[in-house]
Design a binder for this molecule. Structure first.
Ligand code: 8YV
Length: 320
C-alpha cells in the first residue's frame, strides 16, 4: 500500500504484535504512550502533533485524553469492542473511530463453546485426575453431562452471538436467544426471549455475547443467575461489565449456578482472588481473539483503516 500524504503521528496506547507495529511504522510515526514515565507531561508537550490514536479493544480512550489532542482525526481500535472509546467526545469533534470486526468472530466463538465443553465434560478436572494419580488410585473420573442434553441461550445475537449459536447447534443443543427484537434471519427453531431473565429461565448455558454499553451494565444479575439455576452455566466472552461479578462469585460459591466460563474480568489482568479456589469456573486470560491467524487479521485491518484515513479514502470498518 502507498500513502500519498506525509506520515502522521500516532499515539499508541498499548502493545501490538511486533509485526503489526513494524507494519504500522511504515505509515505513521508511532509514539508508545503506554511506556511514557510521565504521560501527562508528554501530552502537554507533544499532544498537538497527534492525529491518530492506535488502541486496543481492552483499553480506554476517555474524553480527558481526547481533549488533550486538539488535532486528533482517527481512533483505530485493535479489537471488535469499542466500549472503551468515548464515542460522544469523538462525534463532537468529527473524530473517526474504527474497529476490527469479523476477523475475530470465529475464534471468540470457539473459546465460548470451548469453555462450555470443558465445564460440562469436566476436562480441566479430568486432566488433574490423571496427573494426580487419582485414575490409578481411585478409578474412573466422575460422570459429567452430555452436551446434547443442554439448552443454549445466547444473550446478544450479533456476529459473535450467532457464531456461538451455530456451534451449539452442532452439539445438538436447542437454541434460545435474547436480542433487542426477534430476528427474521435465523432458523425457525431458534426461540426468542425478550429479556436476559426470560432467556435464563429457558436455557442451561447462558452465553453473554453483548456489546458493552451503559444499558448492558450488570444485565446478568443475581435474579438472572437464580433463574438459570444450579445446573446452569454462564459463559462470558464479551466484557466483564455485562455481569455483576460480585453476584456471580456469590452464586458460584453458593452453588446457585453450576458454573461459569470467563474470558473477561473486572480489573483484568488482576482477577478477584475469590475465583481462584473455585473448581466450577473455567478461567481464561482474555484470549478469545488470541490466535496467530486472527491477530494478523486484526493488525491488518487496523493498518488498512489507518492507510485509508491517511489517503482520504473510505474507511474499511468505521464505527463513527
Ligand atoms: C482485544 C477484545 O482487543 O476484540 C476485542 O474487543 O477485547 C480483544 O480482541 C484483544 O485482546 C487485543 O488486546
Amino acid at each position: 500500500m502507498t500513502i500519498k500524504a506525509p506520515k502522521k503521528d500516532a499515539l499508541q496506547l498499548g502493545a501490538y504484535a511486533p509485526s503489526d507495529e513494524e507494519a504500522l511504522s511504515q505509515y505513521v510515526t508511532l509514539h508508545r504512550y503506554f511506556e511514557e514515565e510521565n504521560p501527562d507531561a508528554w501530552l502537554s508537550e507533544h499532544g498537538a502533533k497527534i492525529q491518530i490514536i492506535a488502541t486496543r479493544g481492552d483499553l480506554a480512550v476517555p474524553k480527558p485524553l481526547i481533549d488533550q489532542l486538539p488535532n486528533l482525526e482517527l481512533v483505530a481500535v485493535y479489537g471488535v469492542g469499542f466500549d472503551g472509546v468515548d464515542l460522544d467526545a469523538c462525534r463532537a469533534r468529527n473524530i473517526r473511530v474504527t474497529n476490527t470486526p469479523d476477523v475475530l468472530t470465529d475464534d471468540v466463538a470457539d473459546v465460548a463453546v470451548g469453555m462450555m465443553l470443558a465445564h460440562y465434560r469436566g476436562l480441566v478436572g479430568a486432566d488433574a485426575w490423571v496427573r494426580g494419580g487419582q485414575w490409578a488410585n481411585e478409578g474412573a473420573y466422575p460422570l459429567k453431562r452430555s452436551l446434547k442434553s443442554l439448552r443454549a441461550g445466547v444473550l446478544g445475537l450479533g456476529r459473535i452471538g450467532r457464531a456461538i449459536a451455530q456451534r451449539a447447534e452442532v452439539f445438538g443443543q436447542p437454541i434460545f436467544y435474547a436480542a433487542s427484537a426477534p430476528k427474521t434471519d435465523v432458523p425457525g427453531d431458534w426461540t426468542y426471549a425478550d429479556s436476559a431473565l426470560a432467556l435464563a429461565q429457558q436455557c442451561d448455558v447462558l452465553y453473554v455475547a453483548l456489546a458493552a454499553t451503559p444499558e448492558t451494565r450488570h444485565i446478568v444479575n443475581a435474579d438472572v443467575m437464580r433463574a438459570l439455576g444450579s445446573d446452569g452455566m454462564i459463559v462470558n466472552i464479551s466484557r466483564a461489565q455485562n455481569i455483576d461479578e460480585s453476584a456471580l462469585l456469590d452464586a458460584l460459591e453458593a452453588g446457585t449456578i453450576g458454573g461459569a466460563g470467563l474470558d473477561v474480568f473486572e480489573g483484568e489482568p488482576h482477577v478477584d482472588p475469590r475465583f481462584l479456589p473455585l473448581n466450577n469456573v473455567v478461567l481464561q486470560p482474555h484470549l478469545g481473539s488470541a490466535t496467530a491467524e486472527t491477530r494478523a487479521g486484526m493488525g491488518r485491518l487496523v493498518l488498512d483503516n489507518i492507510v485509508a484515513h491517511l489517503n482520504g479514502e473510505t474507511l474499511i470498518t468505521p464505527v463513527v
